[in-house]
Design a protein around this ligand. Structure first.
Ligand code: HEM
Length: 148
């Protein structure tokens, strides 16, 4: 049950943040103002999924690790404070700022600067979550090969 919950919540967290990032880039590069407003004002609602999924992935991961800190588990554990700080201190404030600006139709310099910061911080979290998924899959690879 806990491993399934861990895998599912980790996947939901990764896919949610990847979908924010992709829809922002597609709207900015290919679509019109209305699409950008729609994406930017939707992202904060997505946090209602992302934040619990992230918390659940971290908590179930810690539970599964049962105090083990060496090797792959140590690497997974060390990434979590960066993922959390990036999310709470950069991504959430940026998304709220961008949603407010987009809602007012104010696509000014501050919007562009914060949008660039959000894309960089988002890419960093996608990478870190991707590394945690890769390492998790490595840990269970032997068991999966045996079961096949
Ligand atoms: C949000 C970040 C995380 C993501 C996206 C993630 C993702 C995954 C994935 C995809 C697996 C493979 C599951 C499978 O193949 O059945 C896994 C396994 C595992 N993860 Fe994480 N993980 C995260 C954080 C953590 C943390 C912080 C720890 C604790 C240090 C941790 C500990 C584990 C353990 C012990 C396993 C092996 C589970 C088993 O034996 O079935 N994970 N993780």
């Amino acid at each position: 049950m806990i491993p399934q919950l861990h895998k599912l919540s980790g996947a939901v967290a990764f896919l949610t943040i990847a979908s924010f990032w992709t829809s922002t880039v597609v709207a900015e590069l290919l679509l019109d103002r209305a699409a950008i407003v729609a994406v930017k004002t939707s992202v904060p609602w997505g946090f209602l999924i992302l934040v619990p999924a992230m918390a659940l992935a971290g908590a179930t991961g810690m539970r599964l690790a049962r105090g083990r800190k060496a090797g792959i588990l140590g690497a997974k554990r060390k990434r979590m404070p960066f993922i959390a700080a990036n999310g709470l201190l950069v991504l959430i404030p940026s998304a709220l700022f961008l949603a407010a600006k987009a809602g007012e139709g104010a696509f000014d310099t501050s919007f562009q600067v914060v949008q660039a910061i959000e894309l960089i911080a988002g890419a960093a979290n996608i990478l870190l979550l991707g590394l945690n998924i890769r390492d998790g899959r490595r840990m269970t690879a032997g068991r999966r090969a045996k079961a096949a």
